[in-house]
Write a protein that binds this ligand. Structure first.
Ligand code: ADP
Length: 358
């Protein structure tokens, strides 16, 4: 008679189509029942693509049949429609994309991603959060740094104090510039961050996001770790994202990686709200623009991918300095800083792309 563990082990040989992660670690196994030698497995999926359950069925069936002494192996599916593949005007309450569950009290969750590090993802995440919170109606905004190994949001806001917990044992976010800020790295010292790897890191991320006392938020900005690996995948699969923003620089090398990020979100039906081209140009004191990294790369790529280019941010000394001082450039009046203006424009476009909230 096959054991539960044997069944689970067999299913963990089956990868989610198009991914290097297996269906067990993705949390798709809803139920396993063993009756004598017969096994019934129930898998829960959120997809509109009929090829996905078909491919998983073939893989799971073959894996189960390979268990010694197995009798009849059945695979059942509980398939939910991912609520939308693009923001829908009639979407109730905003936040219920392909991800399996939402975060209580949080209306819209926006992931900021990049294919590679150093393109300014955290800079965009923090300034977009500031600009959103200052937009009409003054929505309530949270910002979470999901990078376990290189948290920079805490630095950008000078928020490196150890967070406290409330009576329900939830972590209380730190308030800076009217934003609720939390960084996964704040709870780990350097040594523990180094040992939290692989599946442990992904589980930690999932739990973490739900253990923060966000209370009520109109927008939660998630600063994803750079790249398109397992942690990013887990977040985009298991948190109900409203949409994603991809940050790139105009060079071809960054654009190639940005394409990978766009394709990752496409696979899990998370809409791309837009591409932000950072370090687009340098503007000297006399107002002349220099295209340091080439011109039009982000625009061309956005057009090729069929997603909007929601903004171009200049390379700007104040942006870097203010980030280092803990006061993001978007806190400056828009007529004093073209970078601040660019971030406020992005915030307006992002709100426009989420019909329910605008
Ligand atoms: P990532 O999150 O993609 O690794 P960061 O946002 O941490 O990148 O940015 C890397 C460095 O570049 C930081 O020192 C940041 O202040 C600086 N930086 C990012 N965008 C700009 C910009 N538009 N102008 C000037 N400096 C920038």
């Amino acid at each position: 008679m096959p054991s539960d563990t044997q069944v689970r082990e067999a299913l963990s040989q089956v990868n989610y189509p198009g991914f290097s992660r297996d269906i067990v670690s993705f949390g798709l196994v809803k139920d396993i029942s063993v009756n004598g030698d017969d096994v019934t497995v129930e898998l829960s999926l959120a997809t509109r693509d009929p090829k996905i359950p078909k491919l998983i069925l073939e893989g799971a069936q073959a894996a189960l049949n390979a268990i010694p002494q197995i009798g009849d192996a059945k695979v059942k599916f509980d398939i939910k429609d991912p609520p939308h593949t693009a923001p829908q005007p009639d979407a109730a309450g905003g936040n219920d994309s392909v991800g399996q569950s939402s975060i209580p009290g949080v209306k819209n969750i926006i992931a900021i991603a990049s294919g590679k590090g150093g393109v300014g993802k955290s800079t965009v995440a923090s300034n977009l959060a500031v600009a959103l919170s200052q937009s009409p109606g003054q929505p309530s905004v949270g910002l979470c740094d999901c990078d376990l190994y290189g948290p920079s949001i805490a630095l950008m806001f000078g928020a490196d104090d150890q967070p406290l917990a409330n009576e329900q044992n939830q972590i209380i976010p730190i308030i800076r510039h009217g934003l609720k800020i939390m960084s996964m790295g704040l709870l780990l010292d350097d040594t523990s961050a180094a040992i939290v790897r692989g599946p442990m890191a992904t589980r930690y991320t999932q739990q973490f996001l739900r253990q923060v006392a966000w209370d009520h938020l109109d927008y939660l900005i998630l600063d994803l770790p750079p790249g398109t690996g397992d942690i990013q995948l887990t977040i985009v699969q298991t948190v109900a994202l409203t949409g994603a923003i991809i940050v790139t620089t105009p060079q071809e090398v960054a654009l190639i990686d940005a394409r990978k990020a766009v394709s990752m979100f496409g696979k899990v039906n998370v809409p791309i709200l837009g591409i932000v081209e950072n370090m687009s140009y340098f503007e000297c004191d006399r107002g002349t623009r220099y295209d340091i990294f080439g011109k039009g790369g982000g625009a061309k790529e956005a057009e090729r991918l069929g997603v909007p280019l929601v903004g171009q941010i200049p390379i700007d000394i104040a942006t870097r300095e203010r980030a280092d001082q803990g006061t993001p450039v978007a806190t400056l009046p828009q007529d004093e800083s073209s970078a601040s203006k660019a971030f406020h424009q992005i915030a307006a476009r992002v709100r426009g792309a989420i019909p329910k909230m605008s």
